[in-house]
Design a protein around this ligand. Sequence first.
Ligand SMILES: Cc1cc2nc3c(=O)[nH]c(=O)nc-3n(C[C@H](O)[C@H](O)[C@H](O)COP(=O)(O)OP(=O)(O)OC[C@H]3O[C@@H](n4cnc5c(N)ncnc54)[C@H](O)[C@@H]3O)c2cc1C
Length: 518
Amino acid sequence: MDKFEESAAIDCDVLVVGGGINGCGIARDLAGRGWRVVLCEKDDLASHTSSSSTKLIHGGLRYLEYYEFSLVRKALQEREVLLKSAPHIMWPLRFVMPHDPSMRPAWMIRIGLFMYDHLAKREVLPGSRTVDLRQHASGAPLKKSYRRGFVYSDGWVDDARLVVLNALDARAHGAQVLTRTRCVAAQRGSDGWVATLEGPSGPGTVRARAVVNAAGPWAESFLRGVARSARGETLATKSLRLVKGSHIVVPRLFEHDHAYIFQNPDKRIIFAIPYQQDFTLIGTTDVEISGDDPGAARIADEEIDYLCEQASRYFEKPIVPADVVWTYSGVRPLLDDASGDPSAVTRDYLLEANTDAAPLLSVWGGKITTFRKLAEDAADEVGRLLGDARAAWTDGAFMPGGDLSPWIGAARRPDEDFERFVAAVQQRHAWLPAALARRLARAYGARIALVLDDAASMADLGAEIAPGLFERELGYLKSAEWATTAHDVLWRRSKLGLHYSAAERAQVEAWFAGQEQS
Ligand SMILES: Cc1cc2nc3c(=O)[nH]c(=O)nc-3n(C[C@H](O)[C@H](O)[C@H](O)COP(=O)(O)OP(=O)(O)OC[C@H]3O[C@@H](n4cnc5c(N)ncnc54)[C@H](O)[C@@H]3O)c2cc1C
């Protein structure tokens, strides 16, 4: 595991500040081009916005209404590139929009879906169609007044694991990934930066030729309070709008595998998505917040009421706050484009290069869906700034664990490939209970071999710390995936926390406490 050595300064080409999807994606891309990279993350990987998204790999149907055609096309193009790169943590998802004639007219939705189908090439994802909700399975849990629905495709991703996979790939290409390590100062010189990092073992220094500011909701405050020009001045140029989005999780509301997109009277939309087998995920909201501490964003009672009320406009059985078993909130770091309505602020990204002295590249905005393209653009730009453009490589490359071919032969379709992979895992490890084999296959893909190591029986997995969670997996997460607390494992490396009682979660905490003492 990467450790910050206090004694000696680390020399590198690029210091990336921020271990969300953008920082980890950029570190991966740069390291793969042969740059010497250090990434620092003040908390755990993906502990903020990048584990709090709706988890869609999507073009963003609603952005068509804001004429964001270039963003939608860019995102639509990325869907299949991503689905093929990591079929274990991403999969195609069909969405049903029940038609409500009091909202958008059917012709408008049809035009939008036609554009959505045709703005980018599709090989895997089926196109849109109209369904009779009185016949289609997705009509069953809805109010009987909804008779017609529009069905279209997008993708689903385990956002927190996607971040970890990027960090793993960055490290595999030589990057140093320092978690729980905050950049507290970054002093710019004419030909390099000197940064002070504070990690678990105290402060230390990194000397870098360039800095990438991928601090997400903290990108503006990083430039105001942490980075300093040679003359000690602030480097802030742009303002972020911080827009909180919250989700609620309720016990499973329907049996089929489609998700819903619901139109609300306020012109917003919300999703209701099958989640973690036993649950339904409902979100999101758009609430503008002030920038003091984006990490402290939590759902408000009004947001819970809003999500319950909007979903209940569609489902036959009303959803009430007492149904909610879990919530999470994240903060969108959106570039201020002077839109009045937070829902209307652009979701596109901007890379801002500052070349007054040693290079500084700041990432503004972005989406999980466009992270690979953003990282590629950022690595191109860093190469230019360092006077050595190096070739892009991530389009068509697998994420760690995504190449299932050693198990199933040549790839065909990501969703079918994954099912063939699960069957191969069950065949090779017939002693693994089916549900555990599937969970591990989803989480680790072809890296399952690293988790199971040479285990040949359940006894080889060590003690069962909580239901279905064995010492061997915890040891792997601790030694290979930067997990240092029960929270990291229960809510980010997995979502087992949702399935466990408080007592079971406490057993995982106790395991980590025991590791500290040993
Ligand atoms: C409610 C919601 C729903 C969304 N849904 C979707 C979706 O369905 N699909 C989609 O494509 N996108 C979605 N998004 C957008 C997407 O989640 C974000 O664009 C993306 O996660 C931003 O990633 P990031 O790396 O820029 O920020 P973050 O994930 O916040 O990462 C920045 C990191 O920088 C670290 N940091 C800050 N300062 C320092 C410092 N001084 N030293 C060290 N580390 C530091 C922070 O701790 C943080 O972890 C959604 C966003 C929200 C909020």
